[in-house]
Structures are given as structure tokens and as C-alpha cells.
Design a protein around this ligand. Sequence first.
Ligand SMILES: Cc1ncc(COP(=O)(O)O)c(C=O)c1O
Length: 375
Amino acid sequence: MNTFSNDKSWKYSNFIENKYFKFDQDQIFSILSKNEIDNAYKVISRWENYSSTPLENLNKLSNELCIKNIFYKDESKRFNLKSFKALGGAYAVEKISKDKKNIIVSTATAGNHGRSVAWGAKRLGLKCKIFISEFVSESRAEAMRGFGAEVFRVEGNYDNSLKECIKQSKKNGWEIIQDVAWKGYELVPKLTMAGYAVMMKEISDQINKNKISHIFLQAGVGGMAAAMIAGCARYLEYIPKIIIVEPESAECVLKAVEKNSIVTLDIKKESLMGGMSCGEVSTVPWKIINNNCNFCMSIPDDKISDTIKLLANSSFGENKLIGGECATPGIISLIACFNNIKLKEKLSLDKNSQVLLLGCEGNVDENLYQKLLNE
Ligand SMILES: Cc1ncc(COP(=O)(O)O)c(C=O)c1O
């Protein structure tokens, strides 16, 4: 096995400490209430074929880095959708469609969220319209069609697909199920976050009284990270150090935390971590992330393919794990911290540390997964 802690090629791009940090449970629950979090678990845990995804112990990596435990939540096993996104969109579809007959749901997506909405609609026998940009792969579009959705391809980027979705939905009376919030549109993004928080409920049951000391949370528009922070507030007795990780080309949360206000980035180059290639943090998650994360860091794409291979050949733990591109940032940033003594000390990473990483997705885009695996 490589000596990861002596391999400087595992590196980060930017790092900041949140000057405005003050973990405030009440403030978090004022955005996403305990009731909303509990209700999501109650509903989702009753879905057919529901089971907790595994919490893997990456014991080979923790031995190498000389820390106590590295837990890795394996979302590749989430229903048959292979990503945590299954918990969000489908739950929002169920809540929004309750007591409404024959509604048609719609969304814009980079892939995984749309798959969840399409799956949720199919479960309830609803029609579903999905808008994707020219950058979304055909295999992702096919997967959504496989759940009965009608897929519309829109010229340009994700924002264009969202604009078209809003326009068509207004015109046709479709219910938009979007994971991003905007002024006057906050309920559905909150429901998706409440769904994601199910991961933390499962983790709190799985860690078996171990105290998590650090949690690395990937961010795109910040919904998943904010949901997990709310999950920490709801389910953990001990609040870990919270580190947000983004692609270096799309560090919109880092920049917002640095400035203490939302910034819009002009993304010059899309990261391979497609679901995380976002230029602006969403307003609802921002209200949670703002004061309640300790650190933000960004990473280059360089080590994604190596990490996917190392997961697949059980170099980090006892089991072979299928992790897609967005499953890698936690591992990459953790190892990067161990190659920078100042950072390691700043984060107080030591032999007592118990780190939680999120393996957010599996081989959702099979073509890309195979390409990265064989690079
Ligand atoms: C597959 C995938 N999509 C999207 C995201 C980003 O989620 P959000 O946009 O809620 O921050 C992640 C994780 O960060 C992810 O793993």
C-alpha cells in the first residue's frame, strides 16, 4: 500500500477557517426543525426496500494515518439509485403530492436529483418532466427515462435548464421539485434536506457510542452539507469539527463563508465532480452552513481517479467499495491534511480522531465510472 501520508500529490487548493463559527442548535432548528427532520425519517424508513446503507470502517487508511477510526457512509447502496440523492427528491415528491390528485412534477438536474424525483414520481404513479443541460450525459438521461420521466435537453448549462423548467412548469401547471432554493421557493429544498438528514440518523445508530471528532462534507449548492449539520444537531451528543469540501473550480461555499455573504462564481471549468460543480450556495442551506461549519477547503480533480481505484481494490478498508467521483472528496481532503503539518494541527487531527466521510454516490454514471477506474 502507498504511504499516503508521505505522498505530496494528495493536496488541497484552498483552506479557510470560519471566523463566524458558533454552533447554534436553536438557530439550525429554526431553519430545519426537529419535527421536519424526524418526519422525514418516519416516512422514508417505511418505504419498501428501505434499509440503512453500510457504515464502512476504512481501517487500512486509519492505520496508515495513525488515527483511531475513519467511517465511510456508503451511499452507493442507497435503494437502487446509488446515491444519497434518493432520500431528497423522492421524499419531496411524496410530501408535495399528498392530498393532490394527478399532479405532474418537474425538475432541473445534473443527474442524481432528477433520478430521485423520477423514481419518487413513479412510486406514486405521477407523471414527471425533467430538464437537463447539454453537459448531462446520455446515460444519466436514460436512467431517468427508465423511471418513466420525459426528459428535455436544454442548450447551455444547468442554470439554463432550471430557467426552462420554471418557464414550462408555470405555463403547464407542473409542480417544481427543486433542490435549490430561491426567493419565495423554500419548502421543497427544505424537504429534500430533511430527507438527506436520514443519513445522520442511520450513522448515529451505527457508530455505536463512538464519538465522531471530524466530519468532511461535500458541497455543491450546500443542501447535503446543511442537512448533515442539522443531522449532527439533531442526533449527535458530541458535535464534531465540520469541514466543507468543494472542487477548486467551484468553491462557492468557501468564498461565501470567507465573505460572510453569498457570492456568485463564474465557473471557468466544470469539475469532474459534476454534482458539486455549482457557482452559488443555495439560500436555505446557507443559513445553516454560514455560522455552523468550522472550516472550508477545496481540492483539485487530480486524485479522483486514484481514489476510485483505491476504493475499488480495498486499499482503504477490508471491503471493495464502489465510489463515484463525488464519493472521493472526503478521502482526498483528509489525506491532504496529513500532508500538511500546519493543517493537521489546525484541525486537531491526531491518534484519537474518529473521522466521518461520506461516500455520496456509487457508479451512477457507469461510463464515467469505468473511464476513471481504468485511467
Ligand atoms: C452526487 C452528488 N451530487 C450533488 C452533491 C452536492 O449536493 P448539494 O448540491 O446538496 O450540496 C453531492 C455531494 O456533495 C454529490 O455527491
